[in-house]
Design a protein around this ligand. Structure first.
Ligand code: AHR
Length: 490
């Protein structure tokens, strides 16, 4: 038995651009995400550039990370930027009250963060502190980073080693202001947003995209209230949605030990992203019919129970084929809504939640999720091609999901690419591809799959889940169960 899937598209048609920033990452001062994960310090025996480990930098360059969000998360609303500039040995030591109560010595601050994104070739998404900071503090941080004048703040930046102003691609005004960012109502927050945004001043052409702190999960009120009440420019409203297999914060589910019924629950949970995006976008369509405001999914990914022998506040988790498959499901959805979803950041880049990379001392491994980012990099800034799909049904007897989802786009290199994911862990799919607008004989690319649904990469066996070559006839082929394919149409 196979799922019967048919897909139709006219490749001469053009949909929206798939913004490269959909492939953004998130690096918070949390657990071993920054310290150990990317930063080892300039004096470390681990080979590094300006304190950032070379192995991790090289791996991240390979997947073309376009954007990194920093310093949080919840941490952002407790972060005071002056703690992280100047002589590192004189920076204050704080307590990271959100994440494990550990000491934060501020070794990575503004200059180090910009070193990191410059080494990666990525853009910067800086998240400002609205929850416990002041308008003045936020305005001065932006001036410090972007001013080209002879102001005292710009000269302080120069004295600290950076002559040229930095570019900030996105600047967030608070984070999760409904929760760790201050437990506010959206009405209260939007007034604060208007106030704070008024004083963010940059030289001409240097203005970052400003991000309002929005809602999460099934909530649409934040998107609604913010988009209806902004008085200052807001380029996007953030939105957070985490995939918990059990939908229960006290019993989220195990990262690596699960069966096919857990797999279904996880896919069902992650696929809610479709409805949640649609519902939030409907609010934007009402309040912002010109389409000026983007929906920025600046935190998403899997969140499992902490490993028993680790600090629970560090949010370290392993990552399996299941994470890889649901990553592709989410990418295909982000592409479907690319006219409003301009940016996303998976949580988080290294050693935290659904990470790309796990480190252990000087050692490092690439997770299944990493490989999906690598496969999908051809979609960065590609032009979506509208399609229709009869997707087959993947069911647990009570609920039904599409068995297969897809995305088709013309890459910046002019080639046509297709992505396919078979959500079903047990049943292959027969794909009938009916393309017009050009003639294609074959497709050629990569597949990510494994024998076991729980397959993972470990420090003893790093290559258990990795992409292999995939070629097929362009019109009819089999997409194996629990697999992700990205291929060029030839
Ligand atoms: O990514 C971990 C945390 O999840 C972030 O700090 C916060 O914004 C969210 O609740």
């Amino acid at each position: 038995k196979q799922h019967e899937v048919s897909i139709e598209a006219d490749v001469s048609q053009q949909g929206p651009t798939i913004n490269k920033d959909i492939y953004g990452q998130f690096a918070e001062h949390l657990g071993r995400g920054i310290y150990e994960g990317i930063w080892v310090g300039k004096d470390s025996d681990i080979p590094n550039t300006k304190g950032f480990r070379n192995d991790v930098l090289n791996a991240l360059r390979d997947i073309k990370v376009p954007l990194v969000r920093w310093p949080g998360g919840c941490f952002a609303d407790e972060y005071h930027w002056r703690d992280g500039i100047g002589d590192p040995s004189e920076r204050p030591v704080k307590v990271n009250t959100h994440w494990g109560g550990v000491e934060e010595d501020n070794a990575v601050g503004t200059h180090e963060f910009f070193d990191f994104v410059e080494l990666l070739g990525a853009d910067a998404y800086v998240n400002g502190n609205l929850g416990s900071g002041t308008v003045r503090e936020m305005a001065e941080w932006v001036e410090y980073m972007t001013s080209d004048k002879n102001s005292t703040l710009a000269n302080e930046r120069r004295a600290n080693g950076r002559d040229e102003p930095w570019d900030i691609a996105y600047f967030g005004i608070g984070n999760e202001s409904w929760g760790c960012g201050g437990h506010m109502s959206p009405e209260y927050y939007v007034n604060l947003y208007n106030q704070f945004a008024t004083f963010i001043k940059t030289p001409p052409g240097k203005k970052p995209k400003l991000v309002g702190s929005g809602g999460h999960t099934e909530d649409t009120e934040w998107t609604d209230v913010l988009s209806a009440n902004i008085e200052r420019n807001m380029d996007g409203i953030s939105y957070h949605f985490y995939t918990l297999p059990n939908s229960d914060w006290q019993n989220k589910g195990h990262a690596t030990e699960f069966d096919q019924s857990d797999w279904f629950k996880t896919m069902e949970r992650t696929y809610r992203m479709d409805k949640y995006l649609r519902d939030n976008i409907a609010k934007l369509e009402q309040n912002d019919p010109d389409g000026d405001i983007g929906l920025y999914v600046d935190e998403w990914g899997t969140w499992y129970d902490p490993e028993p022998d680790r600090e629970p506040g560090f949010l370290y988790q392993q990552n399996t084929l299941r994470d890889a498959v649901l990553t592709a499901v989410n990418f295909n959805l982000f592409h479907d809504y690319a006219d409003r979803v301009h940016m996303t950041n998976i949580a988080q880049m290294v050693n935290v939640l659904q990470a790309m990379i796990l480190t252990d001392g000087a050692d490092m491994l690439l997770t299944p999720t990493y490989h999906v980012y690598g496969m999908y990099k051809v979609f960065q800034d590609a032009t979506a091609i509208p399609y229709s799909i009869a997707s087959g049904e993947y069911s647990n007897g009570e609920q039904t999901l599409p068995a297969v989802t897809t995305s088709i786009a013309r890459g910046t290199d002019g080639k046509v690419y297709i992505a396919l994911v078979n959500l079903d862990p047990a049943v292959d799919a027969e794909i009938n591809l009916n393309l017009s607008g050009a003639d294609f004989a074959s497709l050629s690319g990569q597949i990510l799959t494994a024998d076991a649904i729980t397959a993972k990469n470990t420090f003893d066996a790093k290559g258990q889940v990795k992409p292999t070559a995939f070629t097929a006839d362009a019109d009819n082929f089999v997409l194996p169960a629990k697999s992700v394919v990205v291929a060029e149409l030839k």
